[in-house]
Design a protein around this ligand. Structure first.
Ligand SMILES: Nc1ncnc2c1ncn2[C@@H]1O[C@H](COP(=O)(O)OP(=O)(O)OP(=O)(O)O)[C@@H](O)[C@H]1O
Ligand SMILES: [Mg+2]
Length: 582
């Protein structure tokens, strides 16, 4: 039976047609996929269904009733819930609280009776908490309930967002890129989890994601949007083989075809330092020596050493929470290294301000992009060229991303997720760095663009610009990189040439199997560092104790003793706790 029926839906933003005559049917119990290039209108369609954006034409029916002029909270009450492309949890609330608040919003609790402390309130509060705990259990988030949402890694936060949507007792959940930022293993688990969610909560799902491994695996049926129109629809196999879809979105996998696409020249000939193409890497540009860093009491990385030569492409790979992002942050000065030293271009930059480091030619594109939402595309790019003193013509960036030229007056905050990622890349290109550090370049981007960007990295190398890459698409990263560091539990576990890693898959898979996908960096520090999937998962309560409240020196002592005794840290700590109790 049709649960959601859209007919000829259209949306305009000023002169821009974001959606044009979109018709779509979603059946009860179905997992429906919605894919398409960046800016195709997928998020806009979500906004129409939830009532945040008013369509300029067309009709929408949910369970046979029109949604016309129905306000967003009423749609939520009727059973439509969503997650957001850019995570929108309440960071300073616990995970449980994040799930309980939306239950208030749909009227399971009543502020009035709450304030008066009436018995009903106590009952409904317990009921809300119980439901929240049940949701956390199904989503394999037991043990996270009392953690602050903002302290969790993105992979876990994405799942908490799904939990928050489920807390509203929805019939339909709209998921906007739930796999963004997840590693391969987490994505695989998410696929299973979404099916479980459908069975256990009796919900239908509408799924937007650029990760085809997820979409093709879980969706019963798929619609493809392009330029605001439905380009194709069908089951996963049909869509994957549809020539129109391949041309507009999936791209060709065969190298003959992709090699033919032109790659724009990124760096013009004015800068003498980078004009001479260099095949062999040059002198050491970045030298990181056994740094440790973290947040608050938490030590996330320790004893990390790495180096990058001029014109070299180096990848950092490893499971989520292994410490890659924190390493980049420490290098660019966003957080301070607690021990160790960092040298860039022969100068000591340990503890230097991020602005100073950027002026020296070290650009950092953070995960989550770090853009100012109210600034226009053009102003954002102009500031980038001004601060570095490199008055590069903006056309350099517009050649790479023609889409941005069309959108140059638009506020960055209203761009689609992928368009924002393009702005972040463009800004870095214009800064003409000597070293470019990119955290999760592919996140939120359509497959064709991802391929194009990986080829651009090749061009960077040819022009003598070094790149340090943190990437979940390990295959693509290793294809373009010269060398790679494999991170495990907050340290570098292996260093090898990309070629060697491509040959010896075991070196990599070990680092992904060692940590359960939902381990945070903090938890990783608490575990014993054994990396080959020994099936040991630290006890959740213990993780709290070991990773949050224990001074680093004590933690290390514990780890050393565990290693001497050939046990896991978790087992040793549990024994010690037992002893202390007695
Ligand atoms: N408030 C707005 N004002 C102007 N243009 C907008 C606004 N919101 C969205 N757009 C434009 O509408 C188009 C569709 O955006 P939308 O966010 O729906 O794309 P998307 O398919 O979700 O893309 P992505 O895969 O990159 O997330 C984009 O080109 C975007 O720039
Ligand atoms: Mg989107």
């Amino acid at each position: 039976m049709t649960m959601l029926r859209l007919r000829d839906v259209g949306v305009r933003f000023g002169g821009l047609v974001a959606l044009n005559d979109v018709s779509l049917d979603l059946n009860r119990g179905e997992i429906l996929g919605l894919i398409g290039p960046n800016g195709a209108g997928k998020t806009t369609l979500f906004n129409c269904i939830t009532g945040v954006v008013q369509p300029t034409q067309g009709s929408m029916y949910f369970e046979g009733r029109s949604l016309r002029l129905v306000p967003p909270h009423e749609r939520a009450r009727r059973g439509i819930a969503r997650t957001f492309q850019n995570l929108q949890l309440w960071d300073s609330m616990t995970v449980l609280e994040n799930l309980e608040v939306p239950m208030d919003a749909v009227g399971r609790r009543n502020t009035f009776s709450d304030a008066l402390g009436l018995p009903f309130s106590g009952y409904s509060e317990r009921a809300a908490r119980e439901r929240a705990r049940a949701i956390l259990h199904v989503l394999e988030l037991d043990g996270y309930g009392d953690r602050l949402a903002g302290d969790l890694p993105a992979g876990i936060q994405r799942r908490v967002e799904i939990g928050r949507a489920l807390a509203m007792r929805p019939k339909l959940v709209l998921l906007d890129e739930p796999a963004a930022g997840l590693d391969a293993r987490e994505t695989e688990r998410l696929a299973d989890l979404l099916r479980t969610v459908r069975e256990r909560f009796h919900v239908s799902l509408l799924l937007v994601d650029h990760d085809m491994s997820l979409v093709m695996r879980v969706c019963d049926f798929i619609y493809v949007l392009d330029f605001g129109k439905v380009l194709a629809s069908g089951d996963p196999a049909e869509v994957r083989n549809d020539q129109k879809v391949i041309a507009a979105y999936l791209g060709e996998a065969t190298p003959e075809l992709s090699a033919g696409e032109p790659v724009p020249e990124l760096v013009s000939g004015e800068n003498p330092e980078v004009t001479a193409p260099r095949k062999e890497p040059g002198e050491v540009l970045l030298e990181v020596e056994s740094i440790a860093a973290g947040y608050g009491h938490l030590e996330v990385i320790r004893d990390v050493s790495l180096s990058v030569r001029a014109g070299e492409v180096v990848a950092c790979i490893g499971a989520n929470g292994a410490g890659k992002t924190t390493t980049l942050r420490a290098i660019s000065g966003v957080i301070h290294a607690r021990t160790g030293s960092i040298r860039f271009g022969g100068r000591d930059i340990t503890g230097a301000k991020p602005e100073r480091i950027a002026r020296m030619g070290l650009a950092h594109i953070p995960e989550g992009r770090g853009l100012f939402p109210r600034l226009s595309v053009e102003d954002t790019l102009r500031i980038a060229t001004d601060t570095t003193g490199n008055r590069a013509p903006l056309d350099l960036a517009y050649d790479v991303f023609p889409r941005l030229k069309q959108r140059r007056r638009q506020a960055v905050g209203t761009l689609s997720g992928g368009e924002q990622q393009m702005v972040a890349m463009a800004r870095a290109i214009l800064a003409r760095p000597r070293l470019l550090m990119i955290d999760e370049m592919s996140q939120g981007l359509a497959p064709t663009i991802v391929r194009q960007l990986f080829r651009m990295i090749d061009v960077f190398r040819e022009q003598g610009i070094a790149v340090l890459l943190v990437e979940q698409f390990v295959e693509s990263a290793l294809e373009v990189a010269d060398r790679a560091y494999v991170f495990e539990h907050g340290s570098v576990a292996h260093e090898a040439s990309a070629e060697e890693l491509r040959r010896d898959r075991n070196l990599i898979s070990g680092s992904y199997l060692g940590a359960t996908a939902d381990e945070t960096a903090a938890i990783a520090v608490a575990s014993n560092g054994h990396s080959n999937g020994n099936g040991h998962f630290p006890h959740p309560d213990l993780m709290e104790v070991v990773s949050m409240r224990m001074p680093a020196a004590l933690k290390r002592a514990l780890e050393e003793r565990a290693e001497r005794e050939g046990r896991t840290v978790g087992a040793l700590a549990l024994d010690l706790l037992e002893e202390a109790k007695r």
